[in-house]
Design a protein around this ligand. Structure first.
Ligand code: ACO
Length: 321
């Protein structure tokens, strides 16, 4: 049997910190409102010189170093981003050049906050079929550039960062299963227009994330409950078989609802949003990297990753680390 194994992880957070108090001086909000409703205290903001591919490179190099392989051994690069610096070339191609990899295939995927879970699912298919041996999956986001900093309902939520994971083919599990879904019927609840459309219309509000947060919240909680059931059933597992929940970091209350569904205490959840906010497609990989590097996630443990985002898109990855 051919399995997909994790051999490296990496993460990058830009140095600029924007606290809730900083945001309170920009819009009518407060640290206590933001923290109580979301669990967020601060988020990182990319500097003017940074791009999705420059941040991706830092996270990717960490994953490559941990894996102890040469960058040129990578034969597929998948980047999930909603904030690419170019419409084309893809961020994956820009990253490929930065890493000096000549022979590989690179492409981007767009699944909003579910991007890295989609990326892991795609990588797993290519590894299992033997098409690829070493696949780099990166989520890299500069959400601060598509957030309206005068809209208090969205600007409090998002942050910038990049997370990376390096996967290889092995004879032991590995990724046990992946589950991805979408439903295009919810565009009105959460969308971000193409910047080109906003520029042509000369309408400021068209350039940014638009969200009906309360309605997104309800669908997210229900949908993530279903994906937990689906993932456990597909593997014949019980709640107690899961050692760690590595969720997309949108809101502590959404994460707590998923942990409760799994009968898990919050001590078994890797939480990063307090100081990172919602980094969209980067968040699951940033959290996984943190759990691995600080020693909480150990070899042989079973990890459930899950995400939900615009589309709507949602999915899960169950893996044995
Ligand atoms: N500070 C103070 N008051 C605020 C703020 C703010 N930053 N934002 C909104 N309010 C006010 C509203 O105006 C409203 O006032 P009103 O009752 O007088 O009309 C009140 O607070 C309640 O607003 P709600 O939107 O109902 O607040 P809610 O409890 O739902 O919290 C939040 C908002 C935090 C956005 C929450 O709905 C949420 O986290 N939603 C899910 C977000 C998410 O998961 N998105 C998906 C992933 S993102 C992606 O895919 C790109």
């Amino acid at each position: 049997n051919r399995w997909t194994k994790v051999i490296g992880t990496g993460g990058y957070l830009p140095p600029i910190i924007r606290t809730n108090d900083d945001i309170s001086s920009m819009v009518d909000t407060s640290d206590s409102w933001i923290y109580e409703r979301t669990g967020i205290k601060s988020r990182r903001i990319a500097g003017p010189e940074e791009t999705a591919s420059s941040m991706a490179e830092i996270a990717a190099r960490q994953a490559i170093d941990m894996a102890g392989i040469a960058a040129t051994d990578i034969d597929m690069i998948i980047v999930a981003t909603g904030t690419p610096e170019r419409v084309y070339p893809s961020t994956a191609c820009l990253l490929q050049e930065r890493l000096g990899i000549k022979h590989a295939v690179g492409f981007d995927i767009q699944a909003a906050c579910s991007g890295s879970v989609y990326g892991l699912s795609i990588a797993d298919q290519y590894i299992k079929t033997g098409f690829a041996n070493n696949v780099l999956v990166v989520g890299s986001e500069i959400c601060s550039r598509i957030v309206d900093w005068s809209d208090r309902s969205t600007c409090i939520l998002f942050g910038d960062g990049a997370g990376a994971i390096l996967l290889t083919a092995g004879t032991e599990p590995g990724i046990l299963s992946t589950h991805i879904h979408s439903d295009g019927g919810y565009e009105d609840l959460l969308y971000c227009p193409n910047p080109q459309v906003a520029a042509e219309a000369k309408q400021h509000e068209l350039a940014f994330i638009s969200m009906r947060g309360n309605e997104v919240f309800k669908v997210a909680v229900n949908t993530l409950g279903r994906i937990v059931d689906e993932t456990l059933a597909a593997n014949g597992l019980q709640q107690s078989d899961i050692d760690w929940l590595v969720p997309h970091q949108a809101n502590t209350r959404i994460i707590a609802a998923t942990a409760k569904k799994l009968g898990m205490s919050m001590d078994q959840v890797i939480l990063t949003l307090e100081n990172q906010g919602n980094t969209s497609s980067a968040s699951v990989l940033l959290a996984f990297n943190e759990g691995v590097r600080d020693g909480r996630i150990q070899g042989g443990q079973t990890v459930l990753m899950e995400a939900f985002g615009a589309g709507f898109t949602w999915g899960s990855v169950l893996l044995r680390y």
